[in-house]
Each structure stands twice: as C-alpha cells, then as structure tokens.
Design a protein around this ligand. Structure first.
Ligand SMILES: [Mg+2]
Length: 195
C-alpha cells in the first residue's frame, strides 16, 4: 500500500509538523537535570516539590517555544492533501495538549486537528509508551496496517512500532540514527507528498 493512501495519520508535533526548536540539553543544563535522561522521566524519578516546580518551569519554557513555532516545510500541503483524501489525523506529543494547540496556532496549522485528537502527556502516558497511538487508532476503528505514525525522535518511532502503525521517520539532516525503528525514512514532508 502506498503511504498516502493510508487513512489514519498520527503525527508527532514538535520537530515533525513544526521546525525543531527545543534545546532540551540547555533546559537540562540550566536546571541541573541529568544529561542522559529525558526530562519527563527525570522529573518522574525525582518527585516531590522540586519536580513540581520544575514541571512549572518546563511548561513556561515550552509555552515560550510554542509561541515561536513555524511549520515544517510541506506540513500544510501534506495536511491539506490528507484532509482532501478524507484521512483522519491526530497528534501525539510529549508536550501538553494546551501547549500543542498553541503550537499549532502559532505555526498556522490549526484547523486540521480537533482538540480531542490532540493527545498530550496528561491524556496518555508519554511516548515511547504506545497508549496514545493505540487510543487514537481505537477511536478511529483503524486497522494497524492502515495507520501511519510520523515522527522525528526515537520515542515516536518506538511508540508507533509498538502500536503496529507504519512508522515514518523524518530527519531533515538525513542522518537517521534510529533508522532500525522505522519503516520509511524521509528528509522532508514534501518527500511524503511525492510518494
Ligand atoms: Mg518531535
């Protein structure tokens, strides 16, 4: 089955539909978090009032980045093409739903996604857990073979694969360090449109 004819599409947001802008290492460094543990997992392991206060800092920072979001080249065209084909589309992000909605608006990609289909870290356990992807597919009644997950980070690919979706790995640099976890590698969303 060619990629575009699949009818159920789950997108990572930051760095996939938008241009990557989060400097997670800088946030970790500024707040004394371990460099080799993802932020959400580091805060989970920490617990207590310090974790709670860092969650507030994290959301403040994510909100600032959201306001500057720009669409990935080809994002709007891809979403328009999929919408015209009657595809169903959702977002699965490790960000919060509120910040994801602000990101979509700043990047002028709002209008393609209903709020209920934007799954953030408070709606499902964060990727690489596949629960959010599975929930979207179940909601749509999608067969795994008819679902696609597009992402730019290892956790996206792992979540998609565990959910049984066709996994597309976007890496504008073309390096694809996690290619083993993907069914298809693309350097731009425009490449997907041409498939
Ligand atoms: Mg991403």
């Amino acid at each position: 089955m060619d990629t575009l004819s699949r009818r159920h599409w789950i997108f990572d947001l930051d760095g996939t539909l938008t241009v990557a802008m989060h400097d997670f290492d800088a946030f970790k460094g500024a707040h004394g978090l371990p460099p080799d543990v993802p932020i959400l997992e580091a805060l989970d392991a920490m617990g207590g009032p310090r974790a709670a206060s860092l969650h507030v800092r994290l959301a403040d920072w994510e909100r600032d980045v959201a306001a500057q979001s720009m669409a990935q080249p080809g994002a709007r065209e891809l979403l328009e093409t999929l919408a015209a084909r009657g595809a169903r589309m959702g977002i699965l992000t490790r960000n919060t739903r509120a910040i994801a909605l602000a990101t979509l608006e700043a990047a002028r990609l709002d209008g393609f996604f209903t709020e209920a289909l934007v799954i953030g870290r408070d709606e499902a356990p964060p990727k690489p857990d596949p629960a959010g992807a599975v929930a979207l597919m179940r909601r749509w009644g999608a067969a795994a073979g008819d679902a696609v997950l597009v992402g730019d980070f290892l956790f996206d690919l792992q979540a998609g694969r565990r959910a049984g979706a066709h996994v597309i790995y976007l890496d504008p640099s073309g390096d694809f360090p996690h290619r083993a976890e993907a069914d298809r590698c693309v350097t731009s969303l425009i490449e997907l449109l041409e498939s």
